[in-house]
Design a protein around this ligand. Sequence first.
Ligand SMILES: Nc1ncnc2c1ncn2[C@@H]1O[C@H](COP(=O)(O)OP(=O)(O)OP(=O)(O)O)[C@@H](O)[C@H]1O
Ligand SMILES: [Mg+2]
Length: 333
Amino acid sequence: MKKLIEVKNLSVDYITFDGRVRAVNDVSFDIGEGEILGLAGESGCGKSTIAYSLMRLHRPPAMISEGQILFNGKDVLEMDEEQLRDFRWKDTSMVFQSAMNCLNPVKTIEYQFFDIFDAHGLVNSREESIEKAKELLRIVDIPTERLFDYPHQFSGGMRQRVVIAMALALKPKLLIMDEPTTALDVVVQREILQKVYQLKEEFGFSILFITHDLSLMVELCDRIGIMYSGQLVELAPSKEILSKPKHPYAFGLGDSFPTLHGELQEMKGIPGTPLDLKNVPAGCRFSPRCFKATEACKTTPPKLLGAGENRWVSCHHPLPIDGEKIEIVQEAV
Ligand SMILES: Nc1ncnc2c1ncn2[C@@H]1O[C@H](COP(=O)(O)OP(=O)(O)OP(=O)(O)O)[C@@H](O)[C@H]1O
Ligand SMILES: [Mg+2]
């Protein structure tokens, strides 16, 4: 699969009055053309910070301190303002964590579509804009006569569909969805994600999907990256990440989720609390909460290394699967 976006050793800091906080630390991954990659991990582990960095939407006090982001081989961190304007809607677009509230409450949906098309020189007239906007509403199953309504006249689920239609307005190659359906009920959530999946199949874009809902993620994604305290600790095909985790944190996450099938099981959770980023341990960041931790884990930070086919893990003592002996083979990008 051809790589669409490559993130190499990305580190992002927040410069606060209390000092520098490293919210994303040395993270590397890629997303293939047409692939859906999920990012999971507890609140504050840096998922949104990565999403914002990919589009260079981070603002002070956030600062990309290290690393490289390549989009189709182009260096995103080197782009000037003009290149960025094109990159942001034409190459990649984002549905934000609070997307439903992104719509301007005092403008009709029609105006807000026009605003996007006009800013990118895509239409010559208002009529042309209306036609294009109707086409987009159709693909997210919203009746076209609703185009002239205001955001408050839509339900939450419909507003979310409008925002997704807007994100697809310039046919981007990468759609970033940061908890796009968190505020919606599970049925609407599922309908919207099914629609997004259909559109992805039709148009062939890639998706970076961020959510707390691991079961939703496993259903939708091709691969999933698990983050802990600013670091990517495991990257694996979605079918394997919960059933055959290699990182103790991924194992703990799997144990914290109820399964729909099989026998009733007690949920165990992960003991301890998330790290204070101002005070991280010298070794592995998960070591204070890890049931496999040894002295080495407390002093030496592990690297994200290849561990089997299409699998990466950052752990000194990865969990074996079905009695296999894990051999760490190659260093990640
Ligand atoms: N503007 C800011 N100033 C200082 N620190 C920040 C700022 N924004 C985020 N952070 C810190 O950066 C870390 C990562 O935050 P981020 O929003 O990326 O987490 P997240 O994984 O998206 O969490 P959630 O699941 O709650 O959305 C957190 O510890 C957060 O406190
Ligand atoms: Mg977030």
